[in-house]
Design a protein around this ligand. Structure first.
Ligand code: TNX
Length: 531
């Protein structure tokens, strides 16, 4: 039945004169005997041409060959070998040479299909070799993440497995639909430490996510060391902070740099968010002078929003903001600095405009491009400001006007991408203000068809925010992100024409054995045929 659906789609595609796109055909085998198919990858590759004669088998003597003279290829080769060694037990030497007659996985800079661009890759599987070609290190890395999913699930095991390590034959040509494929982690409501953030980064990188947005400050906690205002973290990130007072902690600058470097090694750029002028109770509770009445409010550990505001009319506010932006920009190699701007209900429209008109240029002053939640469009920001749409409706006049002026948008509609929402009424964790979000809800929308006046060209990409009011541990993070994060990742990477729920849920089901090997705590949605 599913096979016929696939055939029907293929014929329709061929009739349209489009290239043959096998956007990950659904599993046709019984769940107990999964047959790995070349396209059975998340996100679905752009183009897949299986070749049944070309099955590759990873063997004890296989080598990882990298373009001679390319440090980039060599780095990716080393990473790949490290990923494949534990489960295979094979030595997998990394050899920067032009050619070998051996069984090899070759990582080659250049020579790929012209369409692959800066982040894409071409992957060829024959009996003797797997060859990944790309123009960049990021492209090679993306190709290796695809290769991981084409190997048996037990490749993710932490110790040696007795498995025949086959890879299905053929060619994949693959590249992203959107330049921005993001995930956000809220470390303010409950702090999550470097190990937890990095563990999340590992998972994100497997699905070709390339931005990690860290929500670093909020009413309940301030989680990044700022040298010129030390009490932000010693008080605002200290004992008793966080929702219910049980999420204390903060990133030192060294911690933050470690996260940035760890993410960069996986081709993920960190975007720091300092939320303002609202969501600032932690800062105002640590420094009385940040309040118009000069009185520090008590710390807050509840989950109300919209009650706090920096003092818009006080010069000291702008010294504070500039100090923070300067220090954050200094330790952020990525292009973006996110200044929040959401739910400033304790600030009048006029005050909000006054504030943003002063603060937006400060981001540029320190060499960064400002991003903010979509409320920022109220002030008609300069065209280089990126806004992140979190609304649940399909119209937003300010957003459409901003797009008409040339501003770019990141799509995070709360009723589709807020992976802190419960899956259904029985979900132990999460909130439900934007509704329940099952896997099919997270997958079943098109970023370029979502908001009137906000089309493909205006969209930088998509992001799945994970707010942490109810999330305390890495297990909690995993349970909310999996399996919805892979759904958003596919919307960000794969061509719209290939989106297909039946295909997706089949491929998703095949991820489960990988997550079990990796110890990922996931929600076993009844919508998915789990293997
Ligand atoms: C809304 S949407 C928020 C956050 C909350 C989240 C909970 C937006 C930009 N702000 O402050 O944590 O809902 O789902």
């Amino acid at each position: 039945m599913r096979r016929r659906n696939t055939m029907t789609r293929l014929l329709a595609t061929a009739a349209l004169g489009l290239p043959l796109v096998l956007a990950g055909a659904p599993a046709v085998a019984a769940p107990s005997t999964p047959v790995r198919q070349l396209g059975a990858v998340i996100p679905a590759p752009v183009e897949t041409r299986p070749d049944a004669r070309g099955t590759f088998t990873l063997r004890p003597h296989t080598v990882v060959r990298t373009s001679p003279g390319s440090a980039a290829a060599w780095r990716v080769g080393r990473q790949l070998a490290e990923t494949l060694r534990p489960a295979t037990g094979y030595p997998l030497p990394v050899l920067p040479v032009a050619a070998t007659p051996l069984s090899e996985i070759a990582l080659v800079i250049g020579g790929a299909d012209a369409r692959v661009g800066r982040e894409g890759y071409q992957l060829d599987v024959t009996r003797r070799a797997v060859t990944i070609r790309a123009n960049t290190e990021a492209g090679l890395f993306a190709g290796t993440q695809t290769l991981r999913q084409l190997l048996p699930a037990r490749i993710e095991a932490p110790d040696r497995q007795r498995v025949t390590w086959t890879v299905p034959g053929g060619r994949i040509v693959d590249y992203p639909r959107f330049a921005y494929r993001g995930a956000m982690l809220d470390v303010a409501r409950h702090f999550h430490n470097v190990d937890e953030i990095n563990a999340y980064v590992d998972l994100l990188s497997q699905y070709k996510i390339n931005y990690l947005h860290l929500h670093l400050t909020d009413d309940q906690g301030w989680r990044l060391q700022i040298d010129s205002w030390p009490r932000l973290t010693t008080v605002g990130g200290g004992p008793g902070t966080g929702v219910d007072g049980v999420g204390p902690g903060y990133l030192t600058k060294a911690d933050y740099k470690a996260v940035v470097a760890y993410a960069a090694a996986r081709h993920i750029t960190v975007i720091p968010e300092i939320d303002m002028p609202g969501h600032t109770n932690a800062a105002q509770s640590a420094y009385a002078e940040l309040n118009c009445d000069g009185v520090a409010p008590p710390p807050r550990t509840d989950i109300e929003v919209g009650y706090s505001s920096l003092c818009i009319s006080d010069e000291l506010t702008y010294k504070f903001v500039e100090d923070v932006i300067r220090e954050v920009a200094e330790i952020t190699p990525g292009p973006f600095l996110h200044i929040g701007g959401d739910e400033a209900h304790a600030t009048t429209d006029e005050e909000y405009r006054t504030f943003m008109d002063r603060v937006l240029p400060l981001v540029g002053k320190y060499g960064k491009r400002a991003s903010g939640w979509h409320e920022i469009n109220q002030v008609d920001p300069p065209a280089d400001v990126v806004s992140q749409f979190w609304g649940t409706r399909t119209t937003n006049a300010d957003l459409a006007e901003a797009v008409a002026r040339g501003n770019k948008v990141i799509m995070s509609p709360a009723n589709k991408t807020y992976i802190d929402m419960k899956y259904d009424a029985n979900t132990r964790l999460g909130l439900k203000w934007a509704g329940y979000i099952e896997v099919s809800d997270a997958y079943g929308w098109d970023p370029a068809q979502r908001v009137t006046g906000v089309g493909e060209d205006a969209i930088l990409g998509v992001e799945a925010p994970l707010w942490s009011e109810t999330l305390r541990s890495l297990d909690d993070i995993e349970y909310m992100a999996f399996p919805r994060l892979p759904a958003i990742a596919e919307l960000g990477w794969s061509p719209a024409a290939g989106h297909d729920w039946e295909s997706f849920r089949g491929r998703l089901g095949q991820q489960a054995p990988r997550w079990r090997q990796q110890g990922v705590d996931f929600y076993p949605s009844p919508q998915v045929p789990w293997v």
